[in-house]
Ligand binder design. Structure first.
Ligand SMILES: C[S@@+](CC[C@H](N)C(=O)[O-])C[C@H]1O[C@@H](n2cnc3c(N)ncnc32)[C@H](O)[C@@H]1O
Length: 243
């Protein structure tokens, strides 16, 4: 049976989805506060940058994959107006519920779908933009997920992948210290779950770096891919065009 990564552990491919589900079931209720704490609020700037680069227009159809608590879906919904649509999706029910409730509290009713990025329940060529923020890293078959994202995009449509990436070398020691010592401690104190935040740090280290992900996106059918490094490579925004 094929093996894959779950953080630094090597696990049977069939076990990874369940383990990732366990992480997000555990953190869902504290996800937003932990995001602000762990990134010192920077995740808001990274997402705002992605939304600015996306430049969606009124009437666009947008699919947000691994949308979790809905930050990107909410931002895109404001841009596409009543003539467009934003579909908010995730594989994890607890995360999707948190997001849906939060959006409802803000007066936003978006179509929501519980689905696996590796087998999207949408027709081919049906979206102008697909986004996935901090989700690809958790997927078992990233190539399959990227191919699905390509399939559901219209020709000329764009995929935005916002994800942790490889930090610039001069920062790597400090970043390691923060990731492996401070993050699990914050996780333990705030979310009462050090392991999930250890997984977060480990999963970032085994995720493809900027150039490797660019190659994967090209292999998945994106004719042109731009890479934007954010915060010295802590995060990268990959923009792929289906052409
Ligand atoms: C770190 S959260 C990101 C949430 C949100 N996009 C954000 O940026 O705040 C990662 C999300 O990926 C989702 N996920 C993991 N594997 C997935 C898959 N195969 N298909 C769809 N979503 C997945 C998880 O359930 C989780 O909600």
């Amino acid at each position: 049976m094929a093996q894959t990564h779950f953080g630094f552990q090597t696990v049977d491919e069939r076990d990874k989805v369940g383990r990732v589900r366990g992480v997000f079931d555990s953190v869902a209720s504290r996800y937003d506060v932990m995001n602000d704490l762990m990134s010192l609020g920077l995740h808001r700037a990274w997402k705002a940058y992605a939304v600015a680069v996306a430049a969606v227009r009124e009437g666009d159809r947008v699919l947000d994959i691994a949308g979790g608590t809905g930050d990107l879906a909410r931002a895109f919904a404001r841009k596409v107006g009543s003539g467009g649509s934003v579909v908010h999706t995730d594989i994890n029910e607890a995360m999707l519920r948190q997001g849906r409730d939060r959006l409802l509290d803000e007066g936003l009713v978006l179509p929501t779908a519980l689905c696996d990025a590796e087998a999207l329940p949408f027709a081919s060529a049906s979206f102008d933009l697909v986004s996935v923020a901090f989700g690809l890293r958790n997927m078992t078959h990233k190539e399959r997920a990227l191919a699905e994202m390509n399939r559901v995009l219209k020709p000329g449509g764009r995929l935005l992948v916002l994800e942790f990436s490889k930090v610039a070398a001069p920062l790597s020691r400090a970043y390691d210290l923060y990731s492996f010592k401070v993050l699990p401690l914050i996780g333990k104190l705030v979310a009462r779950d050090a392991d999930s935040y250890r997984y977060l740090a480990e999963s970032i280290r085994v995720h493809p770096d900027q150039q490797a992900l660019k190659r994967m996106m090209k292999d998945a059918g994106f004719g042109h891919v731009d890479v934007h490094n954010l915060s010295a490579g802590v995060v990268a925004l990959h923009v792929g065009i289906k052409c």
